[in-house]
Design a protein around this ligand. Sequence first.
Ligand SMILES: Nc1ncnc2c1ncn2[C@@H]1O[C@H](COP(=O)(O)OP(=O)(O)OP(=O)(O)O)[C@@H](O)[C@H]1O
Length: 251
Amino acid sequence: MSNVTVRDLWMEYPNQVVLERVNLEIPSGEFCALVGPSGCGKTTFLRLLLGEERPTRGRILLDGEPLVAEPGPDRGVVFQRYSVFPHLTVLENVILGREFQQSRFLGRLFGARRRAALEEARGVLEAVGLGNHLGKYPAELSGGMQQRLAIAQALILKPKILLLDEPFGALDPGTKAQMYELLLRLWSEEKMTVFMVTHDLKEGFTLATRVLAFDKVRVDPTDPGAYGARITYDLPLTLKKAAMGALAPVG
Ligand SMILES: Nc1ncnc2c1ncn2[C@@H]1O[C@H](COP(=O)(O)OP(=O)(O)OP(=O)(O)O)[C@@H](O)[C@H]1O
């Protein structure tokens, strides 16, 4: 669980303001969908939350503390492009994150700790529907299966904040529906705070408890980079939240 506070955040590159004056208060356990036109700064905002980028002005607080300026185990990320290691099996891909988390120096676990990590990795892979493919290599998996593997890699770290950048963009409708169900289940079980960038408004409204729309409110036609995007709509989906206790599968 994690509260995220964003205070007067700006992200400026030398020739372009990407984000300006972004303010947000996100309580623990919220599921936020980030929507907006292409190039308006949604991925940039995720990278700021991940700690990969630093804001040029303003602050991000995690549970009231300044965000550590590098990716940490409290934040898991899944990008649209699969981020799995091609030379490792499905099981090895998932256990690797655990090994680095628990054994930073060697990057390997031994004995009882390795057995426990293996058990946990098998459980997560079972949950994403890859329980029968543990020994396969990514090249032997379909696109949807590779994406599920990437999600399992993030989930085994039990992140407090899960950052998803169009994680389902490349999936067929059937696999998407399965992934929605899985994500909603894991989100409610693990009580994660989720930020998901999506171009699919229906997807955003189906999954999220809050939809944040990014867009520019000021435009200078002679200088397209002069102004950045802000949060123009912040829509709480309160009815959905109230129904969270009785999550039904999403078709
Ligand atoms: N390292 C960088 N240096 C300069 N400009 C950058 C850098 N990274 C991103 N930008 C610019 O920031 C703007 C926002 O990019 P970003 O990828 O965050 O948008 P987005 O809303 O996620 O777009 P899309 O929906 O198309 O993925 C773009 O104009 C991009 O060119």
